[in-house]
Design a protein around this ligand. Structure first.
Ligand SMILES: C[S@@+](CC[C@H](N)C(=O)[O-])C[C@H]1O[C@@H](n2cnc3c(N)ncnc32)[C@H](O)[C@@H]1O
Length: 271
């Protein structure tokens, strides 16, 4: 395959295909990124052009999950944006528990990526449970990428993820992780509270649960306004009355959907 980049017509078709399968809005400016991500797959399939690869994705449903894995961005960290976790620990959990004694807390990590977000939440819940033995919780975690969900399921971390949590929460590393071949693996005591499922945020969630806390962080930025609106509408069908929704640092849903009431930056409550 020659290395002359994506021809304009292929790039347009590729952007349309990304939108069709994920809802993500990409522009021509992502050309180099897309080419870099698709190249190894095109070569592995011994195809002679990117267009030939798009034809495979259109024709063969089995290729779609690989395509989705390639075009999604999965950056994440344990305890990403510390102020969110301070809010959950110091305000959300005590207030929720006071208002719902005896009930099980239901959390949805809606673009879970490799799982750092959901295991951060599980650690906070474990700590809260140590002080409130009647407290119980369940975390439903979803992502459109099956490959990234497999990593979340495995719960094994290395590199930047491990360096960061070792620096910020050394005591919890000792308590909630065990050494593994690649770095650290979360203990089963956390995994026991987690269920993972593939899900496209553009569609209704298969679980009938009503969640008390929803993480929809660092994913809305990939969508245009129309699709953000769709995602927010779908998400609120799965939220309990007065549930809390948390978005990313660079995201705001003010004015997008009136069912979500602004509480403070990144935090919204259902009416
Ligand atoms: C940047 S990560 C955010 C991870 C985590 N929420 C955080 O804030 O650290 C974005 C995730 O959204 C997922 N994603 C992208 N489009 C999606 C869609 N249509 N439905 C569900 N997940 C999607 C990607 O696969 C990726 O894992």
């Amino acid at each position: 395959m020659d290395a002359t980049g994506l021809p304009p017509s292929t790039l347009s078709a590729l952007i349309a295909l990304v939108r069709k399968h994920t809802g993500i809005a990409m522009t021509e400016r992502k050309s180099v990124l897309l080419e870099r991500r698709l190249r190894p797959r095109v070569q592995a399939l011994k195809l002679n052009s990117y267009q030939a690869y798009l034809d495979v994705v259109e024709r063969d449903r089995a290729e779609v999950p690989h395509f989705i894995d390639l075009v999604t961005t999965n950056d994440t960290l344990f305890f990403r944006t510390q102020q969110v976790w301070d809010y959950i620990e110091q305000e959300f959990l005590p207030q929720w528990w006071r208002a719902h004694p005896g009930k099980q807390l239901k959390v949805w990590s809606a673009a879970a990526s490799s799982g750092e977000e959901l295991y951060s939440m599980a650690m906070l819940c474990e700590e809260f449970q140590a002080a409130h033995p009647e407290f119980s919780y369940q975390i439903h975690a979803t992502d459109i990428s099956q490959q990234i969900l497999a990593l979340a399921r495995d719960g094994q971390y290395g590199g930047r993820s491990v360096e960061r949590i070792q620096a910020t929460h050394p005591d919890w590393v000792r308590k909630y992780f065990r050494p593994s071949a690649n770095g650290l693996r979360v203990v089963d005591a956390l995994k026991r509270h987690v269920e993972l499922a593939q899900h496209n945020l553009m569609l209704p969630l298969k679980s009938a649960k009503q969640f008390d806390l929803v993480f929809l962080r660092n994913v809305l930025i990939y969508f245009d306004q129309e699709h953000q609106h769709t995602i927010l509408q779908q998400a609120r069908l799965s939220m309990a009355p007065h549930a809390v929704m948390i978005v990313g640092e660079s995201e705001s849903i003010s004015g997008r959907d009136t069912a979500y009431r602004f509480d403070r930056p990144m935090i919204y409550t259902m009416e």
